[in-house]
Design a protein around this ligand. Structure first.
Ligand SMILES: Nc1nc2c(ncn2[C@@H]2O[C@H](COP(=O)(O)OP(=O)(O)OP(=O)(O)O)[C@@H](O)[C@H]2O)c(=O)[nH]1
Ligand SMILES: C[S@@+](CC[C@H](N)C(=O)[O-])C[C@H]1O[C@@H](n2cnc3c(N)ncnc32)[C@H](O)[C@@H]1O
Ligand code: SF4
Length: 624
């Protein structure tokens, strides 16, 4: 819980008891066997007993387990009643065995109450009693062995959880303790720690110290995801279906229920969502950059925009991006800051969308607005638009390399620079909120797209997404050389430059050609040419391409006692030659260094950069 707290969702936005039960019945009918009430915090719901009691009546329909995950602050008082109502299993969160640290982590007292809750669960034989401990470096990692020791006499299952990134929790990779490291710490003290077997859909990898009453486990979402066995779907307290904890795609089942959607239609919506459940979550570093609801809000905050108007406006925006912009889009750029989205460029206009779905702006480069989007921008002054446009560019927006449309509201982006694939409308199950104009539904009350129309359209989209592999990593995140076989040959040139500052003495020796090893400028020039030719042998994922020409020039700067090096390379090929030009400059500079190091080591190679580049898919580049 952040220090400043969170805004509580108005009650009418939360699923009612009846709605929770209706949805549960539907899911159980479709084969769900276990329901976990998690958080937020389930124990603060006044109707918890009623919900568990109603879930208990679904046993005959196939429900086998009813569980909760709780902070256990009020558990000892309520447990007996919960068990009588039908609760089978309980997971309790506890990140420290030290009461003072508990207060520091949770910002409240209550450690004793949690321990009472754990003891009560053991007494009530709520088997297994799982204790969830999120391990954070610098906070509680030195307590790992104490937690393991705790299982000697207590028949609990302590699960060490890798700290996961959620909005606002200030995650960074250093704070996360990977499970291999935890395992190492435990093995150092208990070398005979034994591995137990897991169920295929378990979140944790189970272990036990031989002879101990309890066991331990590791929940390795970050370092070794267990998505392969994932069979879970999640409904937030405000009624959104999330098919992945880490996915932003959410579908409002609450709104569907409240708009009188039939059971068959609901099943269609759910089916379409589940079919698009991804094979696994994004990689660890990408996750950290993603926008995701914090864990505390998975339970209770309305985040998704309403499909009623998103469907129409998504269509409208993609349409303006393609047709409304009147001329073809020649470039798409990703804005540099999270949530700023994409900019589409065409001859006569450009359009900015926000990736988080908050807004979408369509700007005209000329005086008149572009059709299809006019009404949305009456209030935006051309000058401001221009300013924003310029800012985006000067902020160094990063190119999207390719984009593929799958229909009127679905597309994929691939961004090689950032090594990631971005999906605009996500997997199509979500209202395509990347293109929502405004989050004020009343403004668009004329829109009448219904759920079923929307999802019908979406369900026609291909379920498998053939995202082009353009990055230098393969599907397992390992390095690969990108295939350029499909690319056309074009004339490509690149110029790079660099500087070696050699100091007064060496400078004069070079200038007067008195360096003992020989003619520095000539040798370095040849070295630069040879270096450019050798580029693909030196840089692992570089292609070896036929070069048309290599020019290396060295000039002397008597003021700074430096040699300025410039290399220009050209090729008629499938891939750019900037690496060749940069290698040429680097090798020329190293050669100068090598030839002069007998005089001094006080030489600095610096400012190696790409000055310009032309040809290729992404257009020309000039260093400014
Ligand atoms: N990646 C991922 N991690 C999850 C998911 N559900 C739970 N976890 C992780 O498991 C931790 C404990 O969650 P719990 O609420 O106790 O649920 P659980 O582990 O699924 O519980 P069991 O039903 O006992 O397996 C969470 O803090 C997450 O780290 C999920 O769907 N995906
Ligand atoms: C978000 S809580 C909700 C249920 C309940 N309020 C509780 O405290 O247990 C569910 C589980 O997620 C864990 N959790 C919370 N933030 C996490 C994070 N950043 N990384 C990994 N697990 C986290 C909690 O420790 C808890 O076991
Ligand atoms: S697919 Fe999503 S929900 Fe399932 S284990 Fe992976 S991250 Fe969790």
């Amino acid at each position: 819980m952040p220090e400043e707290g969170v805004d509580l969702t108005p009650k009418n936005k939360l699923l009612s008891t009846e709605e929770i039960i209706t949805l549960s019945r539907l899911f159980v009918k479709e084969g769900i066997e276990k329901i976990r009430l998690t958080g937020g915090e389930p124990l603060i719901r006044k109707d918890l007993l009623e919900i568990i009691g109603a879930l208990d009546t679904l046993r005959d329909a196939g429900l086998q387990k009813i569980s909760i995950t709780t902070n256990a602050l009020t558990l000892s008082k309520k447990l007996q009643q919960l068990k009588t109502a039908g609760l089978d299993q309980i997971n309790i969160s506890l990140d420290t065995l030290l009461p003072a640290k508990f207060e520091f982590i949770t910002r409240r007292k209550g450690w004793n109450k949690v321990i009472e809750g754990i003891d009560a669960a053991l007494e009530e034989e709520m088997h297994p009693v799982k204790v969830n401990c999120v391990v954070m470096r610098g906070i509680n990692e030195e307590e790992i062995c104490d937690f393991v020791q705790w299982t000697q006499d207590k028949a609990i299952d302590v699960r060490f959880i890798e700290y996961m990134p959620f909005d606002g929790n200030k995650w960074n990779s250093k704070k996360m303790v990977p499970y291999q490291e935890m395992l190492g710490i435990i093995r150092a003290r208990w070398p005979d720690l034994e591995r137990l077997s897991d169920e295929v859909s378990d979140t944790s990898k189970a272990y036990r110290v031989p002879g101990f009453a309890g066991q331990i486990g590791f929940i390795t979402s970050m370092s070794d995801n267990f998505c392969g066995g994932c069979n879970r779907v999640r409904i937030t307290a405000d009624g959104n279906l999330k098919v992945c904890l880490f996915g932003n795609a959410e579908v409002s089942l609450r709104d569907a229920l409240r708009s009188g959607t039939s059971e068959a239609e609901l099943l269609e919506i759910i089916g379409a969502a589940v079919k698009r459940k991804k094979k696994q979550h994004a990689g660890m570093l990408s996750l950290a950059k993603m926008k995701n609801r914090p864990m505390i809000l998975i339970d209770n905050k309305h985040q998704t925009v309403m499909p009623k108007y998103t469907a129409k406006y998504a269509q409208c925006h993609i349409k303006s991006a393609t047709e409304g912009m009147k001329s073809p889009i020649y470039n798409i750029k990703l804005c540099p800051l999270p949530g700023q989205g994409f900019v589409f460029y065409s001859e006569n206009s450009y359009m900015q969308t926000q990736y988080d779905g908050v807004s979408c702006r369509h700007y005209s480069k000329k005086t008149s607005n572009v059709s299809g989007d006019k009404e949305h921008h009456q209030d935006t002054k051309e000058k401001d638009q221009q300013k924003q446009y310029t800012n985006l560019e000067s902020d160094g927006v990063t190119d999207i390399d390719t984009m593929k449309y799958w229909g009127s509201d679905y597309y994929t982006f691939v961004n090689t620079n950032n090594q990631k694939k971005l999906k605009g409308a996500d997997s199509g199950m979500n209202p395509p909120h990347a293109f929502v104009q405004n989050n004020n539904p009343s403004k668009y009350s004329d829109v009448d797209t219904t759920y079923s129309e929307h999802y019908n359209r979406i369900s026609q989209l291909p379920s498998e997404i053939d995202v082009p592999e353009l990055t230098h990593i393969d599907q397992e995140g390992k390095a690969q050389m990108v295939s350029v076989g499909h690319k056309k040959d074009t004339l490509r040139t690149a110029t790079a430059s660099g500087v070696i500052t050699v100091g007064k003495e060496v400078f004069h020796l070079i200038e007067s050609n008195q360096v003992k090893k020989g003619d520095v400028l000539t040798v370095a020039k040849l070295a630069g040419i040879m270096g450019a030719k050798q580029c693909s042998n030196l840089i692992p994922l570089c292609h070896n391409i036929p070069l048309n020409s290599i020019e290396v020039e060295l000039s002397l700067d008597a003021v700074s006692h430096s040699i300025l090096i410039e290399a220009t390379v050209s090729s008629s090929g499938k891939t750019g030659v900037e690496m060749e030009a940069l290698t040429g400059v680097t090798i020329a500079a190293l050669t100068v260094y090598d030839m002069c190091k007998a005089v001094t080591h006080k030489m600095v190679i610096h400012d190696i950069k790409l000055l310009s580049k032309s040809g290729g898919q992404r257009g020309d580049y000039k260093y400014k």
